[in-house]
Design a protein around this ligand. Sequence first.
Ligand code: ADP
Ligand code: TZD
Ligand code: MG
Length: 560
Amino acid sequence: MDSAAMTDGFHLVIDALKLNGIDTIYGVAGIPITDLLRLAQQEGIRYIGFRHEQSAANAAAIAGYLTKKPGVCMTVSGPGFLNGMVALANATTNCFPMILISGSSDRAIIDLEQGDYEELDQMNAAKAYAKASFRVNRPQDIGIGLARAIHAAVSGRPGGVYLDLTAEVLGSTLDVETAKKSLIKPVDPAPSQIPSQESVKRAVELLASAQRPLIILGKGAAYAQADQAIRTFVESTRIPFLPMSMAKGLLPDSHPQSAAAARSYAIGQADVVVLVGARLNWLLSHGKGPLWSDATQYVQIDIAPTEIDSNRAIAAPIVGDIQSSVEALLAEIKPNQIQPSPEWLQGISERKDKNVRRMAERLNADPQPMNFSSALRVVRDVLSDRPDIYVVNEGANTLDFARNIIDMSEPRKRLDTGTWGIMGIGMGYAVGAAVQSGQPVVAIEGDSAFGFSGMEIETICRYRLPVVIVVLNNGGIYRGDPVGSSPSPTGFVHDARYDKLIEAFGGTGYHVETSASLEKALKEAIERGTPALINCVIDSSAGTESGHIQSLNPKSGLKK
Ligand code: ADP
Ligand code: TZD
Ligand code: MG
């Protein structure tokens, strides 16, 4: 056979990705994937190179969340793979579809632990943290390996998948004919999952009996892209709704049926709650007291059958995808069959008005130095007529305040620390959202949170992405403790100038200490549409330990 009729593992991987419409790869180069990345670029795939694999994999994960197609990240073996693993595990935890592809060293040496370069049994290490983990050991299996990874990532409850490509497979050759036949393009890898008619009827009966129904929308609902069906369900039943953090904007926060400003009252008093792609995990106090009443009954729509009854008994489970399930509900509900009581709607509305008035007082104060409320009020106002902008958000107090203060009016525009409350997603999500959508991003970052992925500002500058980072700088984790000769566990260097970091890479830095200068800087930075970082100094005593989740923070009785 002449050499013109041969191909190799490198080409086959790229052919398989292209066949499956994967047009972007996030990653970090090195042995054995450097040539793979070069080839990808040559073949028209967009490659975004990062400074750390965790951010690259976070970018892939958020791209997966935004598109319902697996985001792809490529890393080197051993430590590069492990750096990406936190993000893969985070993607799995958050139900984001992504595929982490890593090169790996010599199997024979790994299996006898003979000490290869960057030796690690990657496939088995990944199993515990991924939805699925596969290894390709022969070039003719590359196509099947990718097909299995795609199915696993997007079907049912989405998640992170690991795909191991040995250096040997990448380098080995195969005749072109066999190679071509080995490729697979999965047909309908995320098929609709139609709920049973019986489950839909049961749910409608329960809802029809409710006086005080409430709908809770989670990020599963946002992911499903069933925006119109969900809106019709909410508006036609007149049931008040609460968005979980990343479901904000699915219906605008300004929607008259939003019960967000009366959250505790709505949750505490509801008699029937409809969970739409939201888990009863810690973010909803596991459905247990003191927030929840023992008498509350639930309808739960989820694609994962094992989610049902995980924290509380679910009276009416609907197992199916959200689009099909909400459509089935709409088809089953008769006109005026569901009637939230007027007292219920009135009660929520009164609490909302009261809480909004109380919050307005805090927001409209203009203290010097700024605090979380006054700084975020400025950000809210500047963003209010820019619904196109993606908001990335991480930190403790920075997260809690921003979630409450910054309204969202479009679906899937708020990207945050999610199910784990993890720090370090900021710059990866910002790059992923900007690259995937071509839209501007404003990342609202605690000074600690920013540090976890801060070096990616070089990536943002290199690709000239329209990302503006606002660091709410209170000098530490939760707040700024004095940093003397023995720094406290939570304090950082005082008067740190994060704005100077981005200048090192050609971005624009702003240092602001007043609400007026914050407003000017943010407007200007968004207008320019180029990389910028605003070092926003806030009161170093602003912020409480653990933000709004102090109840989860065990205390030693130590005097501070
Ligand atoms: P939140 O943090 O916003 O409450 P969670 O991540 O806890 O949301 O819950 C999301 C839920 O949505 C998961 O249980 C997941 O199985 C489910 N889910 C994801 N995609 C779909 C879909 N297309 N249809 C139905 N359920 C889905
Ligand atoms: N490491 C990781 C990966 N995730 C975490 N959540 C933490 C550590 C612990 N942690 C929090 O839960 S919030 C936070 C840390 C380190 C940072 C809070 O400080 P910040 O925000 O400056 O980002 P505020 O505004 O000062 O509260
Ligand atoms: Mg801080």
